[in-house]
Ligand binder design. Structure first.
Ligand code: PLP
Length: 380
Protein backbone atom coordinates (compact mmCIF):
# COMPACT_ATOMS: atom_id res chain seq x y z
CA UNK A 1 0.00 0.00 0.00
CA UNK A 2 1.21 3.48 -0.81
CA UNK A 3 2.31 5.58 2.15
CA UNK A 4 0.49 8.90 2.30
CA UNK A 5 1.35 11.63 4.71
CA UNK A 6 -1.51 11.80 7.19
CA UNK A 7 -3.59 14.96 7.42
CA UNK A 8 -2.30 17.53 9.84
CA UNK A 9 -3.97 17.63 13.23
CA UNK A 10 -3.96 21.15 14.63
CA UNK A 11 -4.04 22.22 18.26
CA UNK A 12 -7.39 23.93 17.74
CA UNK A 13 -8.93 24.74 14.38
CA UNK A 14 -12.04 26.72 13.48
CA UNK A 15 -15.16 24.55 13.45
CA UNK A 16 -18.15 26.05 11.69
CA UNK A 17 -21.64 24.76 12.33
CA UNK A 18 -23.27 25.70 9.01
CA UNK A 19 -25.49 28.59 10.05
CA UNK A 20 -22.52 30.99 9.89
CA UNK A 21 -22.48 30.95 6.07
CA UNK A 22 -26.22 31.61 5.87
CA UNK A 23 -25.89 34.52 8.30
CA UNK A 24 -22.96 35.97 6.37
CA UNK A 25 -25.04 35.73 3.19
CA UNK A 26 -27.76 37.63 5.01
CA UNK A 27 -25.21 40.36 5.73
CA UNK A 28 -24.23 40.51 2.07
CA UNK A 29 -27.87 40.66 0.96
CA UNK A 30 -28.49 43.61 3.28
CA UNK A 31 -25.18 45.29 2.31
CA UNK A 32 -24.41 45.83 6.02
CA UNK A 33 -20.79 44.94 5.27
CA UNK A 34 -19.40 47.79 7.35
CA UNK A 35 -18.87 49.36 9.75
CA UNK A 36 -21.25 47.93 12.37
CA UNK A 37 -24.85 46.81 11.85
CA UNK A 38 -27.69 44.62 13.06
CA UNK A 39 -25.56 41.44 13.35
CA UNK A 40 -23.26 43.22 15.80
CA UNK A 41 -26.26 44.08 17.97
CA UNK A 42 -27.58 40.53 17.73
CA UNK A 43 -24.18 39.09 18.64
CA UNK A 44 -23.96 41.41 21.65
CA UNK A 45 -27.43 40.39 22.83
CA UNK A 46 -26.58 36.70 22.44
CA UNK A 47 -23.33 37.19 24.38
CA UNK A 48 -25.16 39.00 27.19
CA UNK A 49 -27.54 36.04 27.44
CA UNK A 50 -24.64 33.55 27.47
CA UNK A 51 -22.50 35.31 30.04
CA UNK A 52 -25.32 36.65 32.20
CA UNK A 53 -23.73 40.11 32.03
CA UNK A 54 -26.04 43.05 31.43
CA UNK A 55 -24.17 44.68 28.55
CA UNK A 56 -21.67 43.68 25.88
CA UNK A 57 -19.59 45.53 23.29
CA UNK A 58 -18.38 43.41 20.36
CA UNK A 59 -14.79 44.27 19.48
CA UNK A 60 -11.98 43.42 17.08
CA UNK A 61 -10.12 41.23 19.58
CA UNK A 62 -9.85 40.08 23.17
CA UNK A 63 -6.70 42.16 23.54
CA UNK A 64 -8.69 45.26 22.50
CA UNK A 65 -11.35 44.36 25.08
CA UNK A 66 -8.72 44.19 27.83
CA UNK A 67 -7.22 47.51 26.70
CA UNK A 68 -10.65 49.15 26.95
CA UNK A 69 -11.40 47.51 30.32
CA UNK A 70 -8.16 48.92 31.75
CA UNK A 71 -8.76 52.35 30.25
CA UNK A 72 -12.33 52.38 31.61
CA UNK A 73 -10.86 51.45 35.00
CA UNK A 74 -8.77 54.61 34.75
CA UNK A 75 -5.48 52.70 34.77
CA UNK A 76 -2.51 54.91 34.02
CA UNK A 77 1.23 55.34 34.58
CA UNK A 78 2.38 54.01 37.94
CA UNK A 79 -0.78 52.05 38.73
CA UNK A 80 -0.27 48.41 39.64
CA UNK A 81 -2.25 45.75 37.81
CA UNK A 82 -1.93 42.26 39.25
CA UNK A 83 -2.51 39.01 37.39
CA UNK A 84 -1.47 35.40 37.02
CA UNK A 85 1.98 34.87 35.55
CA UNK A 86 0.85 31.99 33.35
CA UNK A 87 -1.07 33.48 30.45
CA UNK A 88 -0.94 34.65 26.85
CA UNK A 89 0.70 38.01 26.12
CA UNK A 90 -2.59 39.46 24.85
CA UNK A 91 -3.93 39.12 28.37
CA UNK A 92 -1.15 41.36 29.72
CA UNK A 93 0.23 43.67 27.00
CA UNK A 94 -2.54 46.31 27.36
CA UNK A 95 -1.19 47.05 30.87
CA UNK A 96 1.92 48.31 29.07
CA UNK A 97 -0.11 50.27 26.49
CA UNK A 98 -1.29 52.42 29.42
CA UNK A 99 2.11 52.75 31.07
CA UNK A 100 0.93 50.85 34.13
CA UNK A 101 2.95 48.34 36.14
CA UNK A 102 2.18 44.63 35.85
CA UNK A 103 2.77 42.45 38.91
CA UNK A 104 2.66 38.68 38.41
CA UNK A 105 1.52 35.95 40.78
CA UNK A 106 2.03 32.20 40.73
CA UNK A 107 -0.74 29.76 39.90
CA UNK A 108 -2.42 26.67 41.30
CA UNK A 109 -0.65 23.46 40.12
CA UNK A 110 -3.95 21.68 39.48
CA UNK A 111 -5.69 24.12 37.12
CA UNK A 112 -3.20 26.96 36.42
CA UNK A 113 -5.54 29.59 37.87
CA UNK A 114 -4.14 32.39 40.01
CA UNK A 115 -3.22 31.06 43.48
CA UNK A 116 -5.90 32.72 45.61
CA UNK A 117 -4.20 31.97 48.96
CA UNK A 118 -1.04 33.65 47.69
CA UNK A 119 -3.11 36.52 46.29
CA UNK A 120 -4.78 37.08 49.65
CA UNK A 121 -1.45 37.06 51.48
CA UNK A 122 0.04 39.56 49.05
CA UNK A 123 -3.02 41.82 49.17
CA UNK A 124 -2.79 41.89 52.95
CA UNK A 125 0.88 42.88 52.75
CA UNK A 126 0.19 45.48 50.05
CA UNK A 127 -2.53 47.03 52.15
CA UNK A 128 -0.13 47.41 55.05
CA UNK A 129 2.39 49.05 52.71
CA UNK A 130 -0.16 51.24 50.93
CA UNK A 131 0.63 49.58 47.57
CA UNK A 132 -2.66 47.90 46.69
CA UNK A 133 -3.29 47.14 43.00
CA UNK A 134 -5.81 49.28 41.18
CA UNK A 135 -6.96 46.30 39.12
CA UNK A 136 -6.72 42.51 39.23
CA UNK A 137 -6.88 40.37 36.11
CA UNK A 138 -7.94 36.78 36.76
CA UNK A 139 -7.36 34.49 33.80
CA UNK A 140 -9.59 31.47 33.20
CA UNK A 141 -6.70 29.52 31.71
CA UNK A 142 -7.39 26.65 29.31
CA UNK A 143 -11.09 26.99 30.13
CA UNK A 144 -10.80 26.41 33.89
CA UNK A 145 -12.88 28.90 35.86
CA UNK A 146 -11.62 30.92 38.82
CA UNK A 147 -13.53 30.85 42.12
CA UNK A 148 -15.49 34.05 41.56
CA UNK A 149 -17.09 34.14 45.01
CA UNK A 150 -13.65 34.23 46.58
CA UNK A 151 -12.33 36.91 44.21
CA UNK A 152 -15.45 39.02 44.88
CA UNK A 153 -14.80 38.75 48.63
CA UNK A 154 -11.20 39.91 48.13
CA UNK A 155 -12.43 42.81 45.99
CA UNK A 156 -14.76 43.85 48.82
CA UNK A 157 -11.84 43.80 51.28
CA UNK A 158 -9.18 45.37 49.08
CA UNK A 159 -11.08 47.55 46.62
CA UNK A 160 -9.54 46.70 43.24
CA UNK A 161 -11.32 46.56 39.88
CA UNK A 162 -11.80 42.90 38.95
CA UNK A 163 -11.24 42.14 35.28
CA UNK A 164 -11.92 38.55 34.25
CA UNK A 165 -9.90 37.39 31.26
CA UNK A 166 -12.34 34.78 30.02
CA UNK A 167 -10.81 34.61 26.54
CA UNK A 168 -10.18 30.86 26.88
CA UNK A 169 -13.29 30.00 28.88
CA UNK A 170 -16.24 30.87 26.67
CA UNK A 171 -18.89 28.24 27.46
CA UNK A 172 -17.29 27.30 30.81
CA UNK A 173 -19.14 27.53 34.13
CA UNK A 174 -18.60 27.50 37.85
CA UNK A 175 -21.40 26.93 40.34
CA UNK A 176 -23.89 27.25 37.50
CA UNK A 177 -22.71 30.69 36.40
CA UNK A 178 -20.76 31.45 33.25
CA UNK A 179 -17.04 32.18 33.65
CA UNK A 180 -16.48 35.81 34.60
CA UNK A 181 -19.74 36.14 36.54
CA UNK A 182 -19.42 38.81 39.20
CA UNK A 183 -16.44 40.57 37.66
CA UNK A 184 -16.49 44.29 36.87
CA UNK A 185 -15.37 43.52 33.32
CA UNK A 186 -15.26 40.28 31.36
CA UNK A 187 -12.96 39.79 28.36
CA UNK A 188 -13.98 37.34 25.64
CA UNK A 189 -12.01 36.29 22.56
CA UNK A 190 -13.13 34.82 19.26
CA UNK A 191 -9.66 34.50 17.79
CA UNK A 192 -9.15 31.73 15.24
CA UNK A 193 -7.87 29.14 17.71
CA UNK A 194 -10.45 29.70 20.46
CA UNK A 195 -13.40 27.40 21.19
CA UNK A 196 -15.60 29.45 18.86
CA UNK A 197 -14.31 32.03 16.41
CA UNK A 198 -15.39 35.00 14.31
CA UNK A 199 -12.10 34.61 12.37
CA UNK A 200 -10.86 37.33 14.70
CA UNK A 201 -12.81 39.19 17.34
CA UNK A 202 -13.53 39.76 20.97
CA UNK A 203 -15.98 41.34 23.37
CA UNK A 204 -16.14 43.30 26.57
CA UNK A 205 -18.99 42.49 28.97
CA UNK A 206 -20.08 44.28 32.12
CA UNK A 207 -23.13 44.96 34.24
CA UNK A 208 -22.23 48.66 34.02
CA UNK A 209 -24.30 50.04 31.11
CA UNK A 210 -22.46 53.35 31.08
CA UNK A 211 -19.06 51.63 30.88
CA UNK A 212 -20.13 49.55 27.88
CA UNK A 213 -21.56 52.66 26.18
CA UNK A 214 -18.20 54.28 26.76
CA UNK A 215 -16.42 51.19 25.38
CA UNK A 216 -18.45 51.49 22.16
CA UNK A 217 -17.54 55.19 21.98
CA UNK A 218 -13.82 54.55 22.54
CA UNK A 219 -13.81 51.62 20.09
CA UNK A 220 -15.02 53.87 17.26
CA UNK A 221 -12.43 56.68 17.55
CA UNK A 222 -14.17 58.63 20.35
CA UNK A 223 -16.31 60.77 18.09
CA UNK A 224 -18.33 63.31 20.05
CA UNK A 225 -21.86 64.00 18.81
CA UNK A 226 -21.46 66.60 16.03
CA UNK A 227 -22.00 66.69 12.24
CA UNK A 228 -18.23 66.99 11.80
CA UNK A 229 -15.62 64.93 13.66
CA UNK A 230 -15.20 66.38 17.14
CA UNK A 231 -12.90 64.87 19.79
CA UNK A 232 -12.49 65.60 23.48
CA UNK A 233 -10.42 62.43 23.96
CA UNK A 234 -8.81 59.81 21.77
CA UNK A 235 -10.15 56.36 21.07
CA UNK A 236 -9.30 53.34 18.95
CA UNK A 237 -10.49 51.51 15.88
CA UNK A 238 -11.60 48.44 17.83
CA UNK A 239 -15.18 47.67 16.75
CA UNK A 240 -16.15 44.27 15.34
CA UNK A 241 -17.40 44.26 11.77
CA UNK A 242 -20.95 43.19 10.96
CA UNK A 243 -19.60 40.39 8.73
CA UNK A 244 -17.54 38.88 11.56
CA UNK A 245 -20.45 39.31 13.98
CA UNK A 246 -22.59 37.14 11.67
CA UNK A 247 -20.05 34.33 12.03
CA UNK A 248 -20.22 34.82 15.80
CA UNK A 249 -24.01 34.59 15.90
CA UNK A 250 -23.77 31.28 14.06
CA UNK A 251 -20.96 29.97 16.26
CA UNK A 252 -22.91 30.69 19.44
CA UNK A 253 -25.65 28.37 18.18
CA UNK A 254 -23.22 25.44 18.36
CA UNK A 255 -21.17 26.51 21.40
CA UNK A 256 -22.63 23.90 23.76
CA UNK A 257 -21.87 21.17 21.20
CA UNK A 258 -18.33 22.47 20.83
CA UNK A 259 -17.80 22.40 24.60
CA UNK A 260 -19.30 18.90 24.85
CA UNK A 261 -16.94 17.61 22.17
CA UNK A 262 -13.84 19.22 23.73
CA UNK A 263 -14.80 17.64 27.03
CA UNK A 264 -15.20 14.26 25.30
CA UNK A 265 -11.78 14.60 23.68
CA UNK A 266 -10.32 15.44 27.10
CA UNK A 267 -11.90 12.26 28.52
CA UNK A 268 -10.52 10.15 25.65
CA UNK A 269 -7.00 11.40 26.38
CA UNK A 270 -7.46 10.91 30.10
CA UNK A 271 -8.79 7.34 29.69
CA UNK A 272 -5.84 6.22 27.61
CA UNK A 273 -2.90 8.33 28.69
CA UNK A 274 -4.02 8.62 32.31
CA UNK A 275 -3.00 4.94 32.63
CA UNK A 276 0.63 5.85 31.97
CA UNK A 277 2.59 6.57 35.16
CA UNK A 278 3.76 10.19 35.17
CA UNK A 279 1.06 11.62 32.92
CA UNK A 280 -1.26 13.97 34.82
CA UNK A 281 -4.23 15.96 33.55
CA UNK A 282 -5.55 19.20 34.97
CA UNK A 283 -8.29 19.08 37.59
CA UNK A 284 -11.79 20.45 37.82
CA UNK A 285 -12.59 21.82 41.28
CA UNK A 286 -16.05 20.99 42.68
CA UNK A 287 -18.68 23.03 40.83
CA UNK A 288 -16.35 23.80 37.92
CA UNK A 289 -17.48 22.91 34.40
CA UNK A 290 -14.35 23.66 32.35
CA UNK A 291 -14.76 23.95 28.59
CA UNK A 292 -11.51 21.99 28.07
CA UNK A 293 -10.46 24.43 25.35
CA UNK A 294 -7.09 22.72 25.32
CA UNK A 295 -6.29 19.48 27.11
CA UNK A 296 -3.06 19.95 29.03
CA UNK A 297 -0.89 17.08 30.20
CA UNK A 298 1.91 17.23 32.76
CA UNK A 299 4.74 14.79 32.14
CA UNK A 300 6.37 13.54 35.31
CA UNK A 301 9.74 11.79 35.42
CA UNK A 302 8.06 8.35 35.82
CA UNK A 303 6.87 8.66 32.21
CA UNK A 304 10.47 8.19 31.03
CA UNK A 305 10.00 10.75 28.26
CA UNK A 306 9.86 14.54 28.24
CA UNK A 307 7.45 16.96 26.67
CA UNK A 308 9.79 18.18 23.96
CA UNK A 309 10.49 14.60 22.81
CA UNK A 310 6.73 14.02 22.60
CA UNK A 311 6.19 17.32 20.78
CA UNK A 312 8.82 16.49 18.18
CA UNK A 313 7.47 12.95 17.66
CA UNK A 314 3.98 14.33 17.15
CA UNK A 315 5.30 16.98 14.77
CA UNK A 316 7.09 14.27 12.78
CA UNK A 317 3.65 12.72 12.27
CA UNK A 318 2.16 16.07 11.24
CA UNK A 319 0.48 16.71 14.60
CA UNK A 320 0.66 20.07 16.35
CA UNK A 321 1.22 20.31 20.11
CA UNK A 322 2.74 23.06 22.24
CA UNK A 323 4.22 23.72 25.67
CA UNK A 324 1.99 25.50 28.19
CA UNK A 325 2.08 29.32 28.23
CA UNK A 326 5.53 30.52 29.21
CA UNK A 327 5.11 32.45 32.48
CA UNK A 328 5.24 36.22 32.07
CA UNK A 329 7.84 36.70 34.81
CA UNK A 330 10.19 34.49 32.71
CA UNK A 331 9.69 36.58 29.57
CA UNK A 332 12.57 38.88 28.58
CA UNK A 333 10.20 41.85 28.32
CA UNK A 334 9.22 41.42 31.99
CA UNK A 335 12.71 40.76 33.35
CA UNK A 336 12.33 43.62 35.82
CA UNK A 337 8.72 43.00 36.83
CA UNK A 338 7.63 42.13 40.36
CA UNK A 339 6.70 38.49 40.89
CA UNK A 340 5.10 36.85 43.90
CA UNK A 341 5.18 33.09 44.33
CA UNK A 342 7.24 29.97 43.89
CA UNK A 343 7.99 27.79 40.91
CA UNK A 344 4.58 26.25 40.17
CA UNK A 345 4.13 28.03 36.83
CA UNK A 346 7.80 27.52 35.97
CA UNK A 347 7.45 23.79 36.61
CA UNK A 348 4.23 23.55 34.57
CA UNK A 349 5.95 25.32 31.70
CA UNK A 350 8.86 22.87 31.98
CA UNK A 351 6.82 19.66 32.01
CA UNK A 352 3.46 20.50 30.43
CA UNK A 353 2.16 19.96 26.92
CA UNK A 354 -1.04 21.16 25.22
CA UNK A 355 -2.50 18.33 23.16
CA UNK A 356 -4.56 18.83 20.00
CA UNK A 357 -8.08 19.50 21.23
CA UNK A 358 -10.14 20.90 18.35
CA UNK A 359 -13.80 19.92 18.39
CA UNK A 360 -13.63 18.69 14.78
CA UNK A 361 -11.14 15.96 15.77
CA UNK A 362 -12.44 12.41 15.37
CA UNK A 363 -11.97 9.67 17.96
CA UNK A 364 -9.50 8.21 15.43
CA UNK A 365 -7.49 11.43 15.47
CA UNK A 366 -7.27 11.30 19.26
CA UNK A 367 -6.22 7.65 19.07
CA UNK A 368 -3.48 8.56 16.57
CA UNK A 369 -2.08 11.10 19.04
CA UNK A 370 -2.36 8.70 21.99
CA UNK A 371 -0.61 5.84 20.18
CA UNK A 372 2.44 7.98 19.43
CA UNK A 373 2.65 9.18 23.02
CA UNK A 374 2.11 5.72 24.53
CA UNK A 375 4.82 4.24 22.33
CA UNK A 376 7.29 6.84 23.62
CA UNK A 377 6.39 6.35 27.25
CA UNK A 378 6.00 2.60 27.51
CA UNK A 379 9.10 0.47 27.04
CA UNK A 380 8.39 -1.93 24.19
C1 PLP B 1 -6.57 34.66 23.18
C2 PLP B 1 -6.30 35.30 24.49
C3 PLP B 1 -6.36 36.69 24.67
C4 PLP B 1 -6.47 37.69 23.57
O1 PLP B 1 -7.46 37.51 22.66
P1 PLP B 1 -7.26 37.96 21.13
O2 PLP B 1 -8.67 37.90 20.62
O3 PLP B 1 -6.36 36.97 20.49
O4 PLP B 1 -6.71 39.33 21.13
C5 PLP B 1 -6.18 37.20 25.94
N1 PLP B 1 -5.95 36.41 26.98
C6 PLP B 1 -5.87 35.07 26.85
C7 PLP B 1 -5.63 34.25 28.07
C8 PLP B 1 -6.02 34.47 25.61
O5 PLP B 1 -5.88 33.15 25.48
Amino acid sequence: MQQVSPDRIFLSSPHMGGAERVLVEEVFASNWIAPTGPMVTRFEEDLARLTGMGHVAALASGTAALHLALRLSDIGPGDEVWGATMTFIGGVAPILYLGAKPVFLDVDPDDFLIDLDLLETQLKAAKANGTLPKALITTDLYGHVVDGARVAALRRDYGFVWISDTAEAVGAYRDGRHAGAGADFVILSFNGNKIITTSGGGALASDDAEAIDRARFLSTQARDPAPHYEHTTFGYNYRLSNVCAAIGVGQLQVLSQRVARRREIHELYRERLGQVPGFVFSGEAPGMQANRWLTTMRIGSQAGVDGETIRLALEADNIESRPLWKPMHMQPIFAGADYYGGNVAEQAFADGLCLPSGSSMTDGDVARVCTIIEDLATPR
